[in-house]
Design a protein around this ligand. Structure first.
Ligand SMILES: *[C@@H]1O[C@H](CO)[C@@H](O)[C@H](O)[C@H]1NC(C)=O
Ligand SMILES: *[C@@H]1O[C@H](CO)[C@@H](O)[C@H](O)[C@H]1NC(C)=O
Ligand SMILES: *[C@@H]1O[C@H](CO)[C@@H](O)[C@H](O)[C@H]1NC(C)=O
Ligand SMILES: *[C@@H]1O[C@H](CO)[C@@H](O)[C@H](O)[C@H]1NC(C)=O
Ligand SMILES: *[C@@H]1O[C@H](CO)[C@@H](O)[C@H](O)[C@H]1NC(C)=O
Ligand SMILES: *[C@@H]1O[C@H](CO)[C@@H](O)[C@H](O)[C@H]1NC(C)=O
Ligand SMILES: *[C@@H]1O[C@H](CO)[C@@H](O)[C@H](O)[C@H]1NC(C)=O
Length: 239
């Protein structure tokens, strides 16, 4: 089955807050670039109920599965055969290099985010200080052995792990749609900034062609592909 890659438009969240990841496409659950309270107030816990409020001394994005954000009502249509995911990875110090994982949770309020779409893309940013820039995968495949129908709800989870192994979580809620019903994604909302390079470490099985999954076809003419530096010296990056 040929998969027609029709992509969506998104908006860019360019608010200048210094922390964490921002999912720019599909739209995230909401702004979770937020911290409050102190570690003393929570006695070392990552989050702590303070009456009806919660305190997040380390920031919300450290909380599995969706960075402290509940399921949202405003879903983005996303292609049933997989589609684009774009995000800004450099909103937190210490992420000069990072591994990116993208998972799917099935249902309106997914019981888990255990269906792997992208496993372990290494990003190499220009610095370990917060940096600007967007990274976009135009055709994130559906997880192996998962089939969904038009109209099904799901959640895309983007995880970024720092050099020390701790992970930031962020989610976008979607409804699966026919590719032709999804607004086109193009270079305006899906692009790779030149200062971020990457190295594909692992892929899910559906990234490879097999009889079960559609061949990953990308409308390459829509994108100005940037050359990506793939050679990475581990000795240099794990500083
Ligand atoms: C959904 O609504 C929240 C709260 O208004 C907003 O922050 C978020 O960006 C919206 N997401 C989408 C996909 O529209
Ligand atoms: C701390 O931030 C969270 C998330 O924005 C908010 O829900 C909570 O009310 C805040 N807590 C206080 C005490 O302001
Ligand atoms: C998908 O989620 C929306 C709320 O965002 C809900 O109104 C709708 O009923 C859900 N669809 C299904 C098939 O559960
Ligand atoms: C994750 O959720 C799915 C339903 O979406 C369920 O079938 C599966 O058993 C769950 N996996 C785990 C490890 O709980
Ligand atoms: C998908 O299903 C096939 C056949 O049942 C199985 O061999 C394979 O391990 C499954 N892949 C994953 C990632 O679960
Ligand atoms: C990208 O696609 C949207 C429609 O989805 C269109 O409005 C916009 O002009 C396109 N931008 C470019 C640069 O092609
Ligand atoms: C961004 O870089 C990744 C890794 O090289 C690549 O798979 C993807 O297609 C690029 N995105 C765009 C929009 O060119």
């Amino acid at each position: 089955m040929p998969s027609r890659s029709v992509f969506i438009v998104l908006f860019s969240f360019l608010s200048l807050v210094s922390a964490h990841t921002v999912i720019t496409y599909p739209g995230w659950r909401g702004d979770n670039l937020h911290s409050n309270g102190t570690v003393e107030e929570t006695t070392g816990l990552g989050t702590y109920a303070d009456g009806d409020d919660y305190l997040w001394p380390y920031g919300m994005q450290w909380m599995y599965p969706c960075g402290g954000m509940p399921t949202s009502q405003n879903r983005t249509k996303w292609p049933v055969k997989g589609g684009a995911v774009a995000f800004q990875p450099g909103w937190f110090p210490g992420h000069g290099t990072a591994f990116i994982y993208i998972n799917l949770g099935l249902g309106t309020v997914p019981p888990n985010m255990s269906f792997v779409m992208i496993s372990g893309i290494q990003l190499i940013g220009p610095t370990k200080d917060p940096y600007p820039g967007t990274f976009c995968l135009p055709q994130v495949p559906m997880p192996a052995n998962v089939s969904v129908n038009v109209g099904d709800n799901a959640t895309i989870q983007v995880i970024e792990t720092a050099v020390h192994g701790a992970a930031l979580y962020n989610c976008a809620d979607i409804t699966f749609a026919e590719p032709e019903d999804v607004p086109e994604v193009n270079a305006s909302n899906c692009f790779n900034s030149s200062q971020i390079t990457s190295d594909l470490i692992f892929t899910t099985t559906s990234l490879k062609e097999d009889s079960e999954s559609p061949a990953v076809e990308m409308s390459t003419n829509r994108y100005g592909y940037l050359t990506t530096a793939l050679a990475v010296l581990f000795g240099l990056i794990w500083l």
